[in-house]
Design a protein around this ligand. Structure first.
Ligand SMILES: Nc1nc2c(c(=O)[nH]1)N[C@H]1C(S)=C(S)[C@@H](COP(=O)(O)OP(=O)(O)OC[C@H]3O[C@@H](n4cnc5c(=O)[nH]c(N)nc54)[C@H](O)[C@@H]3O)O[C@H]1N2
Ligand SMILES: Nc1nc2c(c(=O)[nH]1)N[C@H]1C(S)=C(S)[C@@H](COP(=O)(O)OP(=O)(O)OC[C@H]3O[C@@H](n4cnc5c(=O)[nH]c(N)nc54)[C@H](O)[C@@H]3O)O[C@H]1N2
Ligand SMILES: [Mo]
Length: 768
């Protein structure tokens, strides 16, 4: 029975949106002011100083923001802490002094709270006590940890089959917690382990594994400083990976060229001032991008195919000057097929399709032709498309033809999102269980793991919607708001008999629930973790395969919080009566977990010792060494189809992106400083000519309408903002428009939701 009167989609809040110009320089003084403001609002001054000094220091905690690596050399790290504006906001959000006490839930029913956006919910403060929402009730009640674990155990034992349970993971979960979590879930008997990666870089994992034999990137930070050319495709580093800007600045100063490919002239891509460098602050910053290619949404394949054709023509005119034939011959296959497929390619047509001039594409080809070593970076603008895998394979084609993989200063750089999303996968969090891991789990833990593939994120939602799954457990994250098709996902979660969330902060996933629900509040990265054997540290893997420790130092938000490791171990103890694993031993001393990882996961030899070394250690990476772990040990060149988008005059390609003041569904504030949008998020960025043609005016409010396979979806009340964006392309913020992303619109190979291309129409807003 669903609870009545619940608002299941993002509520519309009144906003008084103000507009200014798009900024031309990223970071600098405004970044310091903005981060200090956030710190002051959320923290007390003593905490401010001590947290900033220890972020990303070798003995400090890992920034809970993005997965960009820290400089290897401790001396290269700023003594102020290796942090950035958005890292500071992430820390302030977690280390806030605001608390949600039990009286909060007495005061507000879930119906009332469901009228609050994720922004308002997040600002209510840290969760402090385990809470239970019994079936038929409308208020959460405090519950003891013991009772909470018993309730979950009872629910899980009542299922007809372990596959009726789903265990989600968000990418903040540390290696130690992720390892025990997947072990518990598999001992329970299912591989239903969807994770945020399914919605994020899954397409990168698929494309890279298929072509290069490893699902991760191949470059290290030092490669940036010796490369000739960096391409940044479908990524907004100024907002989402601000520490990458320092690396780009250093690369630029060492002589690298930068090409940016993006429908938006993102501020961070253009010009940068290091906020921690006194000389930079006084200057006008470093010009970063040499060539900006303002592609239409999802026309990267058209652009890259045109570039490949131009390179082929140059190579034919001057043999052995552009392509690395020795590398192609020795290390790859598929060259002849790729070349044959390029014969019919019409460069001028593709340039036009991509929304670019022929000259721009030629300029790009020229820069690439002249580069001996190149790096391609990409993120969600490339991965979150139906053809996401093909997009990435085309980038790989370019690198392979140039021999730019497996040598210093060159390679693939999928820039990861969450700070440990890559580590969670390494630890085995995945709906697919690799045979090697299955074998090691069986050998080391004396049980037979399930073989059958589990549900990924999209399949999980469908399974809950269809009643095939009835129990949902979220290890971090905000499954309700981050997933596509909000109204459909809400029905799916409400179909469950129980939903459980391990969380630091309140979010909409705690309000749109199954019949019964539990909130299990946990320690954050910044906080001290004391167990029976003493103070513990945890470890994480960054975007470049470095595993290092993270040491929380702050007083926990409440003495009722448990660590994620502790929660999993106690739960396992309550649920798995016949388990031969010493769960409580794991919880007492995390070194024991790392010993178990060492025996189970390749690359973790001497884990406990090496993770204690300053800066940690690198995991093995075949592609980096030029060894491709594919079916025939060759890297594969592939032939990829350019998508064909047919839009009517009143339709638009909408991408759902992040503002400067958010971390996924955690909304720090209502401003997008770089894009000149203040005090509101319900905006739709449109080309001025499109606004004219639409019959609306800038400042008007419209409803966004999606029709997918005959079903109408509506996201109400968005203000039209004039923006420098290609025609018939529009941008809105995630998660407000997730309601428009159809559950059935995803990358064909792995079901990554196509969040960067939703076809929409506009109607004048009836919202009152
Ligand atoms: N401060 C902050 N940091 C974060 C996050 C956050 O929310 N806030 N999130 C973290 C996570 S989980 C992730 S995955 C990353 C996300 O990092 P990004 O991928 O940078 O995030 P998005 O805002 O989704 O931006 C996508 C970029 O791609 C462009 N784009 C959209 N469609 C296309 C297209 O078809 N082609 C091309 N070439 N470009 C396109 C958009 O204009 C935008 O600049 O950041 C991580 N870091
Ligand atoms: N339309 C659209 N949808 C998208 C995207 C998009 O670009 N467009 N991006 C997708 C991407 S790339 C990603 S990665 C997903 C993100 O999906 P998720 O990872 O599920 O979402 P987050 O917003 O990062 O999760 C925030 C919540 O995590 C909890 N939390 C924070 N820190 C901790 C911690 O240390 N421990 C625990 N246990 N909980 C914690 C807090 O309660 C907070 O409310 O969203 C995806 N959804
Ligand atoms: Mo992500």
């Amino acid at each position: 029975m669903k609870r009545s009167n619940l608002c299941v989609t993002q509520p519309v809040e009144t906003e008084d949106i103000k507009l200014s110009n798009i900024k031309t320089i990223a970071a600098g003084v405004p970044a310091i002011t903005s981060s200090v403001n956030h710190m002051i609002k959320e923290l007390n001054p003593k905490i401010c100083a001590s947290t900033l000094f220890s972020v990303n220091q070798v003995d400090g905690f890992d920034c809970p923001g993005c997965a960009w690596p820290d400089p290897d050399d401790a001396e290269d790290r700023s003594s102020l802490g290796e942090y950035c504006e958005n890292g500071v906001k992430a820390i302030a959000e977690e280390a806030t002094t605001e608390r949600i006490e039990n009286s909060f839930f007495e005061k507000y029913s879930v119906q009332e709270l469901s009228q609050w956006s994720d922004y308002k919910l997040g600002k209510s403060g840290r969760l402090t006590h385990p809470m239970y929402l019994p079936k038929g009730k409308n208020h959460y009640e405090p519950v003891s940890w013991e009772k909470a674990f018993d309730l979950i155990a009872e629910e899980l034992h009542g299922l007809d089959h372990p596959n009726e349970a789903i265990f989600y993971t968000s990418g903040k979960t540390t290696n130690e917690a992720a390892f025990v979590y997947q072990l518990f879930v598999r001992q329970f008997g299912t591989n239903n382990m969807p994770d945020c990666s399914n919605m994020c870089h899954e397409t990168s994992g698929v494309a890279l594994s298929e072509t290069l034999g490893i699902g991760k990137g191949s470059v290290r930070l030092e490669d940036f400083y010796i490369t000739d050319l960096i391409m940044i495709v479908g990524q907004n580093p100024g907002t989402n990976h601000p520490r990458m800007m320092t690396a780009l600045q250093k690369a630029k100063r060492a002589g690298a060229k930068i090409i940016s490919v993006n429908p938006l002239p993102e501020t961070g891509l253009m010009r940068f001032k290091h906020p921690q460098s006194p000389t930079d602050i006084l200057s006008s910053g470093t010009q970063l991008t040499d060539l900006f290619l303002q592609v239409k949404i999802n026309e990267d394949l058209a652009l890259f195919k045109a570039i490949l054709k131009l390179l082929l023509e140059k190579e034919r005119a001057n043999p052995n000057t552009i392509f690395d034939h020795e590398f192609i011959q020795n290390k790859t296959d598929g060259y002849d097929e790729l070349v044959a497929s390029l014969e019919d390619v019409n460069v001028a047509e593709l340039a036009q399709q991509a929304g670019l001039t022929l000259e721009q594409v030629e300029e790009a080809a020229e820069l690439i032709a002249n580069a001996k070593k190149m790096i391609i970076c990409w993120a969600m603008g490339i991965t979150q498309h139906k053809n996401g895998v093909a997009n990435i394979q085309e980038l790989v084609n370019l690198l392979l033809l140039k021999g730019s993989i497996g040598k210093p200063g060159a390679g693939t750089c999928p820039v990861r999102g969450h700070s440990n999303v890559q580590g969670d996968r390494t630890m085995g969090v995945w709906e697919k269980l690799k045979p090697e891991l299955a074998k090691n789990l069986e050998k080391n833990f004396d049980f037979v793991p399930p073989k059958e593939e589990g549900y990924n994120t999209v399949n999980s939602i469908k399974a809950m919607h269809e009643g095939k799954a009835k129990f949902f457990f979220g290890m971090g994250g905000n499954f309700m708001s981050a997933t596509p098709d909000t109204a459909y996902t809400a029905e799916a979660l409400q179909n469950c008999s129980m939903t459980v969330q391990v969380s630091t902060k309140l979010n909409r996933g705690h309000l749109v629930t199954g019949d019964a629900a539990l909130i299990l509040p946990c320690l954050g990265r910044t906080e001290r973790d004391i167990q029976a054997s003493g103070k513990q540290f945890v470890s994480v893997e960054n975007s470049m395969g470095v595993v290092h420790q993270s040491n929380g130092s702050l007083e926990p938000a409440s003495n009722m919080l448990m660590s994620e490791v502790g929660i999993v171990c106690c739960l396992a103890k309550a649920v798995l009566e016949n388990s031969k694993t010493d769960w409580l031993g794991f919880m007492e001393d995390y070194d024991r977990i790392r010993c178990a990882v060492e025996k189970t996961i390749p690359g973790f030899k001497n884990y406990n010792q090496r993770v204690r070394e300053p800066g940690g250690f690198y995991l093995p990476n075949g592609a980096r060494e030029g060894n491709f772990d594919t079916n025939n040990n060759k890297a594969h060149l592939t032939v990829n189809q350019v998508p064909n988008h047919q839009l009517e005059a009143h339709q638009y390609r909408m991408m759902t992106i992040r503002s400067h003041d958010q971390f996924n569904t955690t909304i720090y504030g209502l401003n997008d400083r770089y894009r000149g949008i203040e005090n509101g998020r319900r905006v739709i960025m449109m080309h001025p000519d499109d606004i004219k043609k639409s019959g609306f005016q800038k400042g008007d409010y419209v409803d966004l309408i999606g029709y997918h396979e005959g079903k109408k979806r509506v996201a109400p009340h968005f203000m039209i903002v004039e923006y420098d964006i290609p025609q018939q392309c529009v941008a809105t913020y995630f998660p407000e428009t997730n309601i428009l992303v159809p559950i059935d619109s995803y990358a064909s190979e792995c079901k990554t939701p196509a969040s960067k291309l939703v076809i929409i129409e506009l109607e004048s807003s009836n919202y009152r």
